[in-house]
Design a binder for this molecule. Sequence first.
Ligand code: ZN
Length: 132
Amino acid sequence: MVESLPKIDRSKWHKPTYPGHYDENATHYEGIRCRCKKCGISFVFSAESQKNTFEAKQRYPGWLPTLCQTCGEQWGFLKQNILTFECQWDSHRADLASDQEFLNNWLASLKEAQGYGKNDFNSRIRMLIKPL
Ligand SMILES: [Zn+2]
């Protein structure tokens, strides 16, 4: 059983001395059960994707996914939308400041992001609520 799981190579971690999810005697990754912040289903952060996340992508060793795969993909699209709003705002702020439709759509996207547990936009939301 253990032989089929990927080996932990701490030297490839972003921070090799940090224990992360494993004590110092652990030699192999194991699936970790997580709960999706968006839809509430429980899912497994697999041993293979941990190896990829912590060794190839160099994520902080204590990181855990907060979204299941489906919600993660939906969040990816929503995040792109939000980035587009930000870009448009940066280049056409003077025109867009009075564009109620633009501001409403932007605000709706940011509020939707909160459902995914993404609260980085709270100051943006406050800014948008004022002029509306
Ligand atoms: Zn989900």
